[in-house]
Design a protein around this ligand. Structure first.
Ligand SMILES: Nc1ncnc2c1ncn2[C@@H]1O[C@H](COP(=O)(O)OP(=O)(O)OP(=O)(O)O)[C@@H](O)[C@H]1O
Length: 286
C-alpha cells in the first residue's frame, strides 16, 4: 500500500515537466567568456522542441549542458536544468550517470564514434539494457533484439552479431537510437542525428522518432540545421545565433512568420537549397 506522502510525491513528479531548462548560461573558463546566454524551454511528454542556428551558435553545448556532459573548462554559470523535477546541479556524478540513459538520453552525429569497433553491436545494446534496466544476460539479449526490431532493422538476429564496420551509416544511426532508448528514457536529444544520412534514410529515422513519440510519449529535443526536419517534427523552435536565442515560439510562427531578421536569413538561405521540401509544409499549413 502506498502512503499519502508517497502519493503526494508521485503527484508532484507527474505535474513536473520532463525537462525544464531555465535561463541557462554556459561559460568557457578557458576563454573567460559566456558562450551560451539564456536558453529556456520546457518539455512535457510527447513534446518536440527544435534548436536551429548557424554553426558554433551553441546548440551542441546546450544539449551537453542538459545532459550534464559539458566538455572540460565549460560550466553552467547561470540558470537551471531540471530533469523530471530534479535539478541536475544538485545531483552527485553517480546519480547524474543513472539519470542519463534511464530518464534522458541522446543521439549525436557520427554514430560510429560512439560504438566500440571491436565488439558486435547487439551485445553493446544488451550491455546498456543490463546496466540501465538491471536485466539478466539472457533477458538483456532478448530485449536488445526487440530494440533492433523497434528501430526497423531488418533481420535483427543477423545484425545483432555484426560489427560496426559491417553496417551502413543509416543502420549505425538506428543502432545508436536503439542504445539510446534501451533504458526507456522519457527525453531523447537528437543532435544532428540524421545529418550524415541520405534523404530516404533520414526520412525513415524521422518517422521512427515520430512513432516513438506517439507510442511512448517520448519527448524530444531536435537539433538540426535542416529547417525541413524541424518543420516536420517540432512544435516549438529556438533560433540561436552566437550563443543567444534570437527568436523562439511555435514552429508555425517562427518558420512561417519569422520576426527576427536572422531567422528570415536562415529561411531564405534554406529555400535556396530546400525550396520544394520546405514549402511543401508551408502550403499544407496555410
Ligand atoms: N570541446 C570544445 N572545446 C572548445 N570549444 C568548444 C568545444 N565545444 C564547443 N566549443 C565552442 O563553443 C561554441 C559553441 O559550439 P557548439 O558546438 O555548441 O555549436 P553548434 O551550434 O552546435 O555548432 P555546429 O552546428 O557546428 O555543431 C563554438 O564557438 C565552439 O567552437
Amino acid at each position: 500500500m502506498t502512503t499519502l506522502a508517497e502519493n503526494a510525491a508521485s503527484a508532484v513528479v507527474t505535474t513536473d515537466p520532463l525537462l525544464s531548462v531555465r535561463d541557462v548560461v554556459i561559460r568557457s573558463q578557458a576563454e573567460d567568456r559566456e558562450i551560451v546566454r539564456g536558453v529556456s524551454f520546457e518539455l512535457t511528454p510527447g513534446k518536440v522542441v527544435g534548436i536551429v542556428g548557424e554553426s558554433g551558435s551553441g546548440k551542441t553545448l546546450t544539449c551537453r549542458a542538459i545532459l550534464g556532459i559539458l566538455p572540460p573548462h565549460f560550466t553552467i554559470s547561470g540558470g537551471s536544468v531540471r530533469v523530471a523535477g530534479q535539478d541536475i546541479s544538485a545531483l552527485t556524478p553517480a546519480r547524474l550517470t543513472a539519470l542519463r540513459g534511464s530518464t534522458i538520453s541522446a543521439v549525436f552525429q557520427d554514430p560510429a564514434s560512439y560504438l566500440n569497433p571491436s565488439m558486435p553491436v547487439g551485445p553493446q545494446i544488451a550491455e546498456v539494457v543490463r546496466v540501465k534496466k538491471g536485466l539478466k544476460r539472457r533477458d538483456a539479449r532478448r530485449r536488445a533484439l526487440d530494440l533492433l526490431t523497434a528501430v526497423h532493422l531488418r533481420d535483427p538476429d543477423l545484425v545483432y552479431g555484426q560489427y560496426p564496420f559491417e553496417l551502413s551509416g543509416g543502420m549505425l544511426q538506428r543502432i545508436l537510437i536503439a542504445a539510446a532508448i534501451a533504458g526507456e528514457p522519457r527525453v531523447l536529444i537528437a543532435d544532428e542525428a540524421t545529418t550524415a544520412l541520405d534523404v530516404t534514410v533520414q526520412a525513415e529515422i524521422l518517422d521512427l522518432l515520430a512513432d516513438l513519440r506517439e507510442r511512448t510519449g517520448l519527448a524530444l529535443v531536435v537539433v538540426s540545421h535542416d529547417l525541413a526536419v524541424v518543420a516536420q517534427l517540432c512544435e516549438e523552435v529556438l533560433v540561436m545565433r552566437n550563443g543567444d536565442v534570437v527568436e523562439q515560439g511555435p514552429t508555425e510562427q517562427v518558420l512561417y512568420r519569422p520576426r527576427h531578421p536572422y531567422t528570415r536569413l536562415l529561411i531564405d538561405e534554406h529555400e535556396q537549397y530546400g525550396l520544394d521540401r520546405f514549402l511543401g509544409r508551408e502550403e499544407a499549413a496555410s
